[in-house]
Ligand binder design. Structure first.
Ligand SMILES: [Zn+2]
Ligand SMILES: [Zn+2]
Length: 402
């Protein structure tokens, strides 16, 4: 993916292994239809929906689509949905099941992915309706699926910081178009890979990736932007007999508007892309401020982090690794700028081997494990230095953002 559209450090998140969840019947025919239609009919009018509802009702068959997520229980009422690799990146989701409804954090790259999660949630977690969707930040892989929640027909509010609402209003459509605009060259690269494939498995992988990319392109021809309906500057409290959720802005970090969803009773926090298990994406980031924002989040009492990408985190090791990496890299770029080095010179000098933070607490090995978890063995992945170089370029450009 192009560097301003989200996650250039991890352009391909492929589906490495089949998942063998037992696909049970939907909780009701009505819910099942809603879920199917949420994906297939994003952007359709009420009349079209009514027509399709009738068509689906006569043709409904049990779902055979593979799940797009692994859902695991984290604490009482709290579930983590880890996104499987897809040609177009999906973020993870956090689900907070309250006394009468559900709060979901983040909504993936397309409405059909969010609809798939809604269906899986109903099969594996709860039939309670989703009342709130929190968008941790404005990036396409966290917001483009929002409309699926609207299409369920349940009352739903979208919660984000005021800064994120502004960024979505100004940039969401352009970012969506940029991501769709990169699809043709991705498809070319896959055709090229298929032509040189060394196994039937790799050929099949390429064909499936192309199919996913074309589906992404087709689905987003009918994009409906859901702007946040509830916004706040610093914090917003969702109270419930089950537990409280504190939705908090702790300062500039991955974007100007990142928020986390913190549950004190269950000592869990959903962090979006401020804290996750890949190298950071700093394209829209604030490199000098980000470590302090993580420190502010870390002042709260929690032992489980539900990140926007990669695996669930228990304890704080990975959070601290990420924090220290951003701080160290920023310091080195700052020194380089003072010494009058060009960007290219810095990218030659600031190597993976030279970064202490990558070699502390097993961070480099962890990053390799997260990459393996989030990609197919057939994915053409660049070496870690390529990702570090992208980070250096982004820090270089964004160094003085406050
Ligand atoms: Zn993301
Ligand atoms: Zn992001």
């Amino acid at each position: 993916m192009e560097k301003h559209s989200g996650h250039h450090s991890h352009p391909h998140h492929h589906h490495p292994h089949p998942h063998n969840h037992v696909v049970e019947g939907p909780t009701s025919r009505r819910d099942f239809l809603r879920v199917l239609m949420g994906g297939a009919l994003a952007g359709a009018s009420i009349l079209e929906l009514a027509w399709h509802r009738a068509a689906w009702a006569s043709a409904a068959a049990p779902s055979s689509e593979p799940n797009l997520f692994d859902i695991q229980k984290v604490a009482n009422g709290i579930y983590f949905a880890r996104a499987h690799p897809q040609a177009m990146l999906n973020c993870n989701a956090a689900m907070f099941v309250r006394s009468r409804d559900v709060v979901v954090v983040d909504a993936h790259s397309v409405p059909s992915a969010a609809a798939s999660l809604i269906g899986q949630m109903k099969r594996e977690v709860t039939t309670k309706p989703v009342r709130y969707v929190i968008n941790t930040h404005f990036h396409w892989d966290h917001t483009q699926g929002d409309h699926a929640y609207r299409l369920t027909g349940e009352k739903v509010d979208f919660i984000a910081s005021a800064a994120t609402k502004q960024l979505m209003a100004n940039q969401a459509v352009a970012r969506m178009k940029a991501s769709v605009g990169e699809v043709p060259q991705e498809i070319d690269a896959l055709h090229n890979q298929a032509a040189h494939a060394t196994s039937a498995g790799e050929k099949a992988f390429c064909a499936d990736q192309v199919r996913q990319l074309q589906a992404y392109q087709a689905e987003l021809k009918h994009y409906t932007l859901e702007l946040p309906t509830i916004t706040f500057d610093k914090s917003y409290l969702l109270q419930d007999p089950a537990f409280d959720l504190h939705i908090e802005f702790h300062g500039h970090a991955h974007t100007a508007g990142d928020v986390v969803a913190y549950c004190p009773q269950e000592r869990s926090v959903a962090t979006g892309d401020v804290i996750h298990g890949f190298l950071p994406n700093i394209a829209d980031g604030f490199p000098r401020l980000w470590p302090g924002t993580i420190d502010s989040i870390g002042a709260a009492d929690f032992n489980t982090i539900l990140p926007g990408h990669a695996a669930l985190q228990t304890g704080r090791t990975e959070m601290i690794n990420l924090r220290n990496y951003i701080e160290e890299l920023t310091g080195k770029v700052e020194e380089g700028k003072k010494a009058g080095l060009t960007l290219v010179e810095m990218q030659k000098r600031i190597t993976v081997a030279s970064l202490k933070s990558l070699h502390s607490n097993g961070y480099e090995d962890y990053l390799a494990r997260m990459s393996a978890l989030s990609n197919s063995r057939y994915s053409k992945l660049p070496p870690l230095q390529t990702d570090v170089n992208a980070n250096i370029a982004d820090v270089y450009r964004n160094l003085d953002r406050t």
